[in-house]
Design a protein around this ligand. Structure first.
Ligand code: NAI
Ligand code: MG
Length: 501
């Protein structure tokens, strides 16, 4: 068990005053310093810099300069740097986990597990760095045609607050391996961990300007990064609404985008399933990470024959969830990551009741003396939900399970696909034919059968429909950061005069 120090008086806040640009640390030139709030206490725990548009400009200039040489560094040398970085990152896990937890409130224990996986992720990207192969195209003896894969250029990585270091890893690892340079903009709510990452990048020996970090607000720093004419690509994880505004803002230089956006995943439990395991998975995928993950299964679709049993099991399981300080390893769930997210979750609980769902358990902010100042919400269960209710349509990002009954497979599929989103989905059945039938008809980028939230560096991840553009991870992880150049070389050099008499 690990406990964090008590909230400190202002004078004792951790201080992070500098941005990391061009291999150097310096104060924002048109930004400000803000207090980063610990959502478990509702109080500032660190001072952090928020860069402005001019800071983004400086970072982009540095990344552009660095790109000229970084793109020519052989893949195996980029891989060696990434491996060195991965080792430094592994050694820093205990410290990074505590920092990340203070910024976003998820359990230190969960962060440690995620960070350990991220080490493998960085090694995966390193292993791909010298494998961006092209192909030769057979035509005839007169030409030799082939493709090469070249880095797309300067990448803006815009990071959310729910899993800052993981989202950063997926973008930074792939972009660096591909030979791109980056400007990383962490979310305003969780600015600190990316600055810690920059220290490790620096120590690993990456050339100045290859990796830059400018924390900042979305509407200033974020907007500038998306609009910047010299940024070739933006890779973003966050809300669908913000992604739409980015497409407009990036239109002027036809910016490339990779988007990993929200979800409203169906988690389908058929009556023929192993119900105990299905309940283990469906409760976890409703409440893990305090519900603040795009991958979670927030619409639990349950076949009528087992509906009451599943509702009762959810009620009992909710009672067993230990909500508390994220520093204590025996807790199951921490706070919501920030005040706006707390407000959003509580609003949706209200909408659930207004729309006629039955509140089975939970539904309140936790007001015990120890937790009252933090942003803690009870694990919440709604039964009798139909798919038109707001709690079934919108991504809540809180620990709210919505249990929707269905009669048969067709209805389950209809409900599952009746959503603007298409990121993940889960289904539980012992019928192999049904597993194939249903999984092949769900419009989602990731479908889990008799398991849930299984993610690896090697499994492509991303959304259909409003859940995103493109994929992260997998053997193709570098593709979004590469352009294909097709070269045709004549073996004869003969070109006819088209205008001969
Ligand atoms: P958001 O998408 O607005 O913010 C995420 C990141 O985008 C932050 O770094 C923010 O500074 C930046 N950003 C915001 N507006 C921007 C703009 N105009 N230009 C450039 N960058 C901009 O998400 P927000 O408001 O923090 O959360 C709202 C909801 O979004 C959540 O309740 C959740 O439903 C969803 N969300 C989904 C995530 C996912 O993992 N797919 C992650 C975070 C939020
Ligand atoms: Mg927003």
């Amino acid at each position: 068990m690990q406990s964090l120090p008590n909230p400190k008086p202002d004078s004792a806040l951790e201080r992070y005053e500098h941005l990391y640009i061009d291999g150097e640390w310096g104060a924002p030139i048109d930004g400000e310093l803000v207090e980063s709030i610990d959502p478990a206490t509702g109080r500032g725990w660190a001072v952090a810099p928020m860069g402005g548009a001019k800071d983004i400009d400086r970072a982009v200039e540095a990344a552009r300069r660095a790109f000229a040489t970084w793109r020519r560094v052989p893949g195996h040398d980029r891989a060696a740097l990434l491996r060195r970085f991965a080792d430094l990152f592994a050694a820093a896990i205990p410290r990074l986990a505590v920092i990340e937890s203070r910024d976003n409130g998820n359990l230190v224990r969960e962060h440690k597990a995620s960070l350990a996986a991220q080490v493998q992720w960085y090694h995966w990207f390193a292993s791909l760095a010298d494998k961006a192969q092209g192909s030769t195209i057979p035509i005839d003896d007169s030409v030799h045609a082939f493709t090469t894969r070249v880095p797309v250029g300067v990448v803006g990585a815009i990071i959310p607050w729910n899993a800052p270091l993981l989202a950063t890893c997926l973008k930074v690892g792939a972009a660096l391996a591909a030979g791109c340079t980056l400007v990383v903009k962490p979310a305003e709510q969780t600015p600190v961990s990316a600055l810690e990452l920059a220290k490790l990048i620096h120590e690993a020996g990456f050339p100045p300007g290859v990796f830059n970090v400018v924390p900042g607000f979305g509407r200033t720093a974020g907007q500038r990064l998306v609009e910047h004419p010299d940024v070739n690509k933006v890779s973003f994880t966050g809300s669908t609404q913000t992604a739409k505004s980015m497409v407009r803002a990036g239109a002027d230089n036809l910016k490339r985008f990779t988007f990993e956006l929200g979800g409203k995943a169906p988690h389908i439990i058929f009556a023929d399933a192993d119900i105990d395991n299905a309940i283990n998975a469906a409760t976890a995928s409703s409440w893990r990470l305090t519900g603040q993950s795009c991958a979670l299964g927030s619409r639990v679709l349950v076949e009528r024959a087992v509906y009451d049993r599943v509702v009762e099991a959810f009620r009992e399981r909710a009672m067993a969830v230990r909500v508390g300080l994220p520093s204590i390893d025996s807790n199951h769930m921490g706070p919501q990551a920030h005040q706006q997210q707390l407000d959003k979750t509580l609003s949706y609980i209200q909408y659930g009741m207004e729309d006629g769902a039955e509140l089975v358990t939970g539904g309140h902010r936790i007001e015990t003396p120890e937790l009252a100042a933090g942003y803690f919400v009870e694990p919440t269960v709604f039964a009798g939900v139909n798919n038109q209710m707001r709690i079934a349509r919108d991504e809540i990002f809180g620990p709210v399970a919505s249990l929707i009954p269905f009669e048969d497979e067709d209805e389950a599929l209809a409900i599952a696909n009746d959503t603007p989103y298409g990121l993940t989905a889960g289904l539980w059945t012992r019928d192999v034919g049904r597993a194939h039938r249903v999984s092949s008809r769900i419009d989602a980028g990731m479908v889990w059968v008799n398991t849930y939230s299984f993610l690896r560096w090697s499994t492509p991840y991303g959304g259909f429909k409003a859940s995103g553009w493109g994929r992260e991870n997998g053997i193709q992880a570098l593709d979004p950061y590469l352009e294909t150049r097709t070269t045709v070389i004549s073996t004869t050099g003969q070109f006819p005069n088209l205008y001969a008499a």
